[in-house]
Design a protein around this ligand. Sequence first.
Ligand code: PRX
Length: 635
Amino acid sequence: MSNYHIKNLEEYFQVYRKSVRNPEVFWEEIAEEHFVWRKKWNSVLNWNKEDARVTWFEGAQLNITENCIDRHLVVNADKTALIFEPNDPTEDYKTYTYKELSVAVNKMANVLKSKGIEKGDRVCIYLPMIPELTIALLACARIGAVHSVVFAGFSSSALASRINDSACKMVITSDGAYRGAKDIDLKSIVDEALISCDSVETCLVVERTKGNVNFVEGRDEWIAPLLDAASDDCPAEIMEAEDPLFILYTSGSTGKPKGMVHTCGGYMVYTAYTFKNVFQYQKGDVYWCTADIGWITGHSYIVYGPLANGATTLMFEGVPSYPSYDRFWDVVEKHKVNQFYTAPTAIRALAKQQVDYVEKHDLTSLKVLGTVGEPINEEAWHWYNDNIGKRKSPIVDTWWQTETGGMMLSPLAYITPTKPTFATLPIPGVQPALMDENGNEISGNSVEGRLCIKHPWPSMARTIWGNHERYKETYFSAYKDMYFTGDGALRDEVGYFRITGRVDDVIIVSGHNLGTAPIEDAINEHPAVAESAIVGFAHDVKGNALYGYVTLKDSGKSRKEENLRKEINQVITEHVGPIAKLDKIQFTNGLPKTRSGKIMRRILRKIANNEMDNLGDISTLLNPDCVEEIIEGRL
Ligand code: PRX
């Protein structure tokens, strides 16, 4: 029996049992069977519980690009590796065979080297969803540079803080980005960010929109002439399995974004394994994940997981509504997509449109549908199943996180019977546990608790860049010797898991993880604002939207509320990015606080969600009177 590819339910249970009985033997066999290593490991897993230090395949050497590209050149050089579907459907799409991808990656890798980038240096990538983005990730990996992709919807100050946190030496960006009907001037956002980024020596610019750009002499350069002149031969840097592959920032409930560090060996094994098994990818299939590579989903399941399997992966530059609401279905039909992986927020937005948008397209190529990023509600699940999958394509509801690197709970397509809104069962090697608030594991079925993972898995983030203490505190202090996910979950009568949502102050808006702290910090920058608190409230397309409670300084109280609302959203756009704009802003004279001065977001969240009969005991608050006022002023 191959360990790598599970083919039926009986085999899943058998493999799962083996993976739990002896995780090291299980992962070792997979790593050995399916990947190219320059040197074998000395030990499969080291786990220092005291210090929350984990290593997988320590002592092994490899380069992930040899697994994602070079090894496919032997027999699959002419197979399509990447399909690029542009924002504008009238622009020609592009494809790269594995051979062409290899040439493009090697050339870019040589350009990076020529600009002084060496193994271990950090390179920030701030690009739209164009082929150069995928190529830039792989070029960094080729030479052992650590990529830090920042989603190109983040503002200049969000970009600057991420660049500075990991002291990036280079930024790769483009003149502009197309997003639906809009052109976004990316380079000027980078220019503004770089004013406060001393570590950046070079900024390479891809030409996309041909807009006007400002170049800083000695720092900025067009990448195209450099690529033209570069050699297409670039030997892969030999990396230790535990060398960092990339940093990706994610929001926490407090403080600045956390730079999650993922390493080469374990991440490769796990993303490849989950891609193959969850999607049941078969040779010749065309796979499309609609995420942006600026998020973990794009890293693991547009770039690394698919390419490590020699798959054809499609990347899409645009948005689901442009030029009209049938764009996704148009792309599925055009490229005969077999596996389609998207987010509940996109499904909900499309389900609101007339079904004609779907029906005018031939979707018969689809075999598997996927969802990720937030809980999918029952209505959206059925719409997806009925209209897109025609009740024939299984839906894989994949639960995972930036920190987990790869999928953790998910059905395997055609193998695990699905159940609406359930992420169902753990991936082999994953040991979920539900915990109560006293730190005890809740056993049995038909129970609910906080979701933890009991044993390390190969693609877990190893640390937070520059702050291992915070890593330990955030993930390994709540429950002894367990990884705490921050999510609540229930386990039904047959043992299927359903994620019930975050149990901390992280709010998921349209599938994007937003911490309350950076947004409140931004609001508080407004000169008229004294204090603020934001919470999520249920929204039928975004899942959650943001509700802000703001108290004003005396100087702000005479201002027109409508103007203030606009200005507050403007500061948020500048400091965090447009994705964090508030849907509702309520001005109030006070915020409910505990006696120690902590804002009681729980109460505010209930008010925003119109759950006023269920506020709990407010008598212990420092200022219980303000609650009445807030309820009265609810928007
Ligand atoms: O709350 C869970 C939710 O998204 C969080 C992780 O967000 P992020 O790190 O941005 O990664 C998103 C893409 C992997 C989780 O803690 N989440 C993710 N997938 C699901 C989900 N909630 C319910 N069901 C899912 N399938």
